[in-house]
Ligand binder design. Structure first.
Ligand code: AMP
Length: 403
């Protein structure tokens, strides 16, 4: 079975074609600058990379991607018919979508309705679906939601202590994000622990440009650090993470800015970038810190300390944890970040093996805890697209059975 995975943004559309018989990637790429000047489409396959002229809109982007995939000289499939289904990433499923869902017109409308909660993402996700429906009307499409894995959180974890009437009326609550990644790594963890995922307890740390920490009990999310939006939680590349809401009012009045402007600032100008003044990129900030830049060091300290605090609180929530898992660009690649986050946690049963941590092999599942660590520590590379493709296969199989 071949599955096309689509991740549509407002001016980009990432795609991956996977062979699900072997769970391997056939080709992938990105349509960048859709509708802007000089749009381009990249196409990686068989160790090569080509670049093509891009598209004016999402529908044209999908058409061009399909043409590239079936091209008689450079293509990887002979015809569209080889694509069995399409899986679409959706950022916000809100209170409506608790699992991956077969797409029809009503589902697309509901995804659009949820745009208030994810104005940059949901409209673009829906646009990608409409474009695919137009170009390939007979191929089943599935929506996979970043929030769905967190639908199992209990009320006490997802509620904010605001007036109950406002929670009911406006559905203001914690929804979380990165759910597909947390779900993938806990399944991988179950595999390496040789346990049923339904009996696995873990704290999973997805640390990249955006970051979230999740407490997983019996294979289900019971708490997560991101909130109504991805602004809440740990310190990130450009996001502040947790902040006293009064700071917003303070900045509005002192900088003479609107709430929207301050929220934009908290999302795009803070975090590692804002504190260091160097970069939102962890590697760049680390380089600057090693070179003696004090603000860069402070930014890294803030990030590591905020992750440590979430891990600590989730160890308390779980009261019994098989493992702490690191994933995402920083979690998978930065031994320095992992060491800094986990230092001085021995009394909680968390002991890192520094040698294993430093000598880990990139792109592989690695156990990096010391033998005397009560809680195991793993690096598990995430694969959100594979998780999405697995969901798509499941749903399409059910569809075929019911026919
Ligand atoms: P992501 O959003 O998951 O792609 O992660 C992006 C972050 O991962 C950036 O801050 C990068 O600096 C960081 N990152 C990627 N590769 C490495 C690496 N080899 N060492 C340290 N950080 C890395």
């Amino acid at each position: 079975m071949k599955i096309l995975i689509i991740n549509a943004g407002s001016s980009s559309l990432k795609y991956q074609l996977l062979d699900m018989k072997t769970e391997t990637l056939i080709a992938k790429g990105n349509c960048e600058k859709i509708g802007l000047a000089d749009p381009v489409i990249s196409y990686k396959h068989d160790g090569k990379e080509d670049v093509f002229k891009g598209a004016k809109n999402h529908e044209e982007a999908i058409k061009k991607v399909l043409d590239i995939l079936v091209d008689k000289d450079n293509g990887v499939i002979k015809s569209f018919d080889e694509i069995d289904a399409i899986g679409h990433r959706v950022v916000m499923g809100g209170w409506i979508f608790k699992e991956s869902t077969l797409i029809d017109d009503k589902v697309i409308e509901q995804i659009e309705k949820l745009s208030e909660m994810a104005p940059l993402h949901n409209p673009a996700n829906a646009m990608g679906m409409r474009a695919c429906k137009k170009v390939m009307p007979n191929i089943p499409q599935v929506a996979i939601f970043d929030t769905a894995f967190h639908a199992t959180m209990p009320e006490k974890a997802y509620m904010y202590a605001i007036k109950y009437e406002d929670y009911e009326k406006y559905r203001i609550r914690r929804y979380g994000a990165h759910g597909t990644s947390h779900r993938y790594v806990v399944q991988e963890l179950a595999r390496v622990l040789n346990k049923d995922v339904k009996s696995v307890n873990a704290v999973t740390c997805h640390i990249g440009n955006g970051s979230s920490i999740t407490a997983i009990k019996n294979g289900e999310s019971v708490d997560t650090s991101m909130g109504l939006t991805p602004l809440q939680g740990v310190v990130m590349g450009t996001r502040s993470g947790d902040i006293d809401p009064s700071v917003v009012q303070f900045l509005c009045s002192h900088k003479n800015q609107t709430v929207d402007e301050v929220l934009n600032y908290l999302n795009k100008e803070c975090g590692l970038l804002g504190v260091s003044g160097v970069s939102s990129d962890h590697r760049e900030t680390t380089k600057a810190a090693v070179g003696g830049n004090k603000r860069a060091k402070l930014a890294l300290d803030l990030l590591a300390y905020s992750v440590k605090k979430y891990i600590g609180s989730y160890l308390a929530v779980l009261n019994g944890t098989d493992a702490i898992v690191f994933t995402g660009g920083i979690g998978e690649n930065s031994a320095e970040a992992r060491e800094q986050i986990l230092e001085n946690m021995e009394n909680l049963g968390v002991v890192l093996d520094k040698e294993k941590n430093n000598n880990f092999k990139r792109g592989q599942v690695e156990l990096i805890s010391a033998d005397n660590s009560k809680i195991k520590i793993y690096v598990i590379p995430t694969d959100e697209e594979l998780m999405m493709a697995r969901d798509t296969v499941q749903i399409v199989k059910k569809l075929k059975k019911s026919k």
